[in-house]
Design a protein around this ligand. Structure first.
Ligand code: ADP
Ligand code: MG
Length: 239
């Protein structure tokens, strides 16, 4: 299967670089290979490369720090959303690099990723872990405080049927936010079902992916899909 081969290639290249944590753009390459919708993204090592990438991706773009030593990119002043000109991209490149260096002077910085800007939408998170007893397990929740403060999440073992995935989505307390409140349209639940199933398959096919965190996924209104906005994959300690 082509998808499997592609993922194997990406994971081996990470191992060859002596790492076991994939950066956002690398994790998104895995998602894309596995047919999980995500933003297009390019790594830029200098401002000129960032401008070139922005031109290819089309404005507006989002730029983020790319460093194996910086996990929470926003905390490092490393995320800039909605840049709409060459000048803004050049300035953002320097500003992101400066604040990252200030945040963690010893951080190894690969550059800045440039990616498609996606319109705001409802946010969910999908994660996977390998349970020592039961194997690939999928987690679902709404983003932000729902997960961090309220621990409003659901879990299922992979593989997930459509029914399993729908249950996972509807059993969280925050579900009305996705179903639509006060005249709001329903979110694209089917698109979330698809991502949950694929995440489970990926974790099952690749037990060496000990952890995956897609946070956030923007979920658009029904029929309009969902897109992974940030992602992080961690590999098992030994190959
Ligand atoms: P962090 O490492 O801090 O979690 P994220 O990549 O999740 O960084 O970005 C922080 C926030 O910026 C996201 O939760 C989202 O609201 C916004 N954001 C990030 N990427 C995009 C994008 N491509 N389009 C629109 N908004 C984005
Ligand atoms: Mg994030």
């Amino acid at each position: 299967m082509a998808a499997r081969k592609k993922v194997v290639e990406i994971l081996s290249s990470i191992r060859e670089m002596g790492r076991r944590e994939l950066l956002e753009h690398e994790s998104k390459q895995v998602l894309a290979a596995w047919d999980i919708p995500t933003t297009r993204v390019e790594l830029a090592r200098d401002a000129a490369e960032a401008v070139k990438a922005a031109r290819e991706l089309k404005y507006p773009v989002v730029m983020k720090i790319a460093s194996p030593d910086i996990i929470h990119k926003s905390d490092a002043g490393g995320v800039r959303v909605g840049l709409s000109s060459e000048l803004e991209v050049r300035e953002a490149f320097e500003e992101i690099m400066d604040s990252a260096r200030e945040y963690k002077p010893k951080a190894k910085i690969l550059g800045v990723t440039v990616q498609e800007y996606m319109h705001r939408a409802r946010e969910v998170i999908v994660g996977t872990v390998q349970d020592p007893t039961f194997g690939a397990t999928v987690m679902f929740g709404l983003g932000g405080v729902w997960v961090e403060v309220l621990k409003d999440v659901s879990f299922r073992l992979a593989p997930l049927t459509v029914v399993d995935a729908k249950e996972m989505i509807s059993e969280i307390k925050g579900y009305p936010i996705l179903a639509g409140i006060r005249g709001e349209l329903e979110a694209d639940i089917d698109a979330i079902v698809d991502i949950l199933q694929k995440a489970g398959q990926l974790a099952q096919e690749f037990p060496e992916i000990v952890e995956m965190d897609i946070n956030p996924i923007f979920v658009f209104d029904r029929g309009k899909g969902a897109t992974a906005i940030d992602a992080r994959i961690i590999l098992k300690e030994e190959a």
